[in-house]
Write a protein that binds this ligand. Structure first.
Ligand SMILES: [Zn+2]
Length: 416
């Protein structure tokens, strides 16, 4: 199973928007670019919403059937470790193996020694095509990278084998993610991480490094855009070199996690992909759920009422809801409107505050991030929330499709 050049991870917390999401890919394909949808859901999301991996498979298959999508699509076991393999194995054909926790745990000295001996030939000045400056590498650097990352790579290998055993086949897509770590990986680190993956025969097709800057959930990139662009291009150059040099899968590409809404870096990403003729996997960060709330608010009446109730509850439970996401959100409580104020809003006021339109003066990223982590409130509403989604399916679906197509696929893949 070979992941195509362009793919996009779409999450759907309440499993109602599969078709609306796929409609965006259908429209992009009609404009000449095929982007494979990858329906992803993490164990944490399943636990909070009370769903199982099979529900994601059922949703994806139904959407594909209904719209007659004939290009590839996938169901992603998102950010899994060894403990989750059995639960996700049958329903998934794409596995995001998360090794972030193992990074930095010192590797076995003998393994490090063997790795250094094998790769010390890269010490000195290494020219990498497409890289502005040559890399200067010495033996100590190789040893440091090995001791920092070998255990993580071995963990990826072990999880990969566990998945093969559980599925009885290696016909799936393997991703390795290192994004949920405290510091970005350097190009030299990425080079030797890829060497280690090749040594361990992990057929990784996409890899998610940690980039510099902040990738907060549902809002724009925060950081130095030029620095990001340089880093992204350096990673593309390293990947192209490593594929050939180490014999990694020819379609190996970069993943950008929490990649939705990072509007200020989409231009640099699109230009870099063209320059390097490179592919990409962009994982969106649960923003379909926000489009549901936008659609309900826009519907007015009981839809708008539901959106206001969700905001009121989320506002009151801010610490609890933000806790698990503390490292990926930045909310200034002073900038949050009170629930009483929001109760007085009409549909336009609510939609303008929540929708991610940077040109709109009413857009409020603090309210948006709070609602982003507030899906637990809707999960607890249970049938009442789902009934609202069904009742206002048209307007909700339109918002879901438009968000993926106009604000994501177009600037990433379709713009000139
Ligand atoms: Zn991630």
């Amino acid at each position: 199973m070979k992941l195509p050049k362009y793919s996009m991870g779409v999450g759907d917390r309440f499993a109602r928007q599969g078709e609306a999401q796929l409609r965006a890919m259908v429209a992009a394909r009609e404009s000449g670019v095929s982007v494979a949808p990858v329906w992803n859901k993490s164990n944490r999301e399943h636990k909070i919403v009370g769903t199982r991996p099979e529900s994601v498979r059922a949703e994806a298959d139904a959407a594909v059937r209904s719209l007659g999508w004939t290009d590839p699509y996938y169901v992603d076991a998102d950010h899994i470790g060894p403990a989750h393999v059995d639960e996700f194995a049958q329903a998934s054909d794409f596995f995001t193996i998360d090794v972030a926790e193992t990074i930095g745990r010192p590797a076995d000295a003998r393994e490090v020694g063997l790795f250094v001996e094998k790769h010390v030939k890269y010490a000195g000045t290494l020219e990498i095509p497409g890289l502005a400056e040559s890399l200067t590498i010495d033996r100590d650097m190789i040893e440091t990278v090995a001791s920092q990352f070998l255990r993580a790579v071995h963990e990826a290998r072990d999880v990969f084998h566990k998945i093969v055993a559980a599925k009885g086949s290696d016909d799936f897509v393997t991703e390795m993610s290192m994004d949920e770590t405290s510091r970005p990986q350097t190009p030299v680190e990425l080079l030797f991480i890829l060497a280690a993956l090749a040594d361990q025969r992990v057929p990784v097709q996409t890899i998610a490094p940690r980039f510099s800057g902040r990738f907060n959930k549902g809002v724009d990139y925060v950081g130095d855009v030029n620095r990001f662009a340089e880093e992204f291009e350096a990673d593309l150059a390293i990947l192209a070199f490593a594929r050939e040099e180490f014999g990694l899968p020819a379609n190996l590409k970069l993943s950008v996690h929490s990649g939705s809404d990072k509007f200020s870096i989409y231009g640099p990403i699109r230009r870099a992909l063209r320059r390097f003729d490179a592919g990409i996997h962009v994982k969106t960060a649960g923003t379909t759920w926000l489009e549901e709330v936008i659609g309900l608010a826009a519907a007015g009446g009981d839809g708008l009422e539901t959106a206001k109730q969700i905001y009121r509850a989320a506002h009151g439970r801010r610490d609890e809801l933000c806790g698990p996401y503390a490292s990926v959100i930045d909310i200034d409580p002073v900038k949050l409107p009170s629930p009483g104020e929001v109760d007085g809003w009409d549909e336009n006021a609510f939609v303008s505050a929540l929708r991610h339109d940077r040109a709109c003066g009413q857009y409020n990223p603090h309210l948006r991030q709070l609602l982003h982590v507030g899906y637990k409130v809707a999960a607890e509403m249970g049938g009442r929330y789902l009934d609202m989604l069904d009742k206002h399916a048209d307007i909700v679906g339109r918002n879901v499709t438009e968000n993926i197509l106009e604000r994501h696929l177009r600037p990433l893949f379709l713009d000139d």
